[in-house]
Design a protein around this ligand. Sequence first.
Ligand code: HEC
Length: 113
Amino acid sequence: MGRNLYLANCAACHGQQGEGAPNWQMPLPDGRYQPPPHDSTGHTWHHGDLLLFGYVKEGAASLQIQGFVSGMPAFGQTRSDDEIKAVLLYLKSLWGTKERSFQAEVSEQEPSP
Ligand code: HEC
């Protein structure tokens, strides 16, 4: 289920295999970021579950960084919480053991909602 949601909603920007945009580390001329990979080469696994959930649900607004212009849509209007969780589980399946255990530790240190 997570994989199908990913392919339908995320792959157009983040890549069929979660490989991200080519040259994703280079910001666009207007200062926006390009879609990063979601596999082990990216930095999605540096973030805990809460942050990731908020990012997909509310977009970059969830970070409350003033003036941050984001190309990442918010999915809270069109996708249920369970669907967002399923997509995030799918992203975890793209990581190696090392990335998964790192991310689990970061998640444990996040404040509870
Ligand atoms: C229209 C293009 C687009 C679509 C569609 C899209 N994203 Fe993104 N996403 C981005 C961009 C661009 C960024 C880079 C940060 C920013 O600009 O906010 C990003 C960042 C992220 C991040 C933060 C990653 C990190 O390493 O910090 C997550 C998590 C994420 N996207 C998940 C998803 C998921 C899950 C979906 C599908 C439900 C999705 N995105 C669909 C463009 C997109």
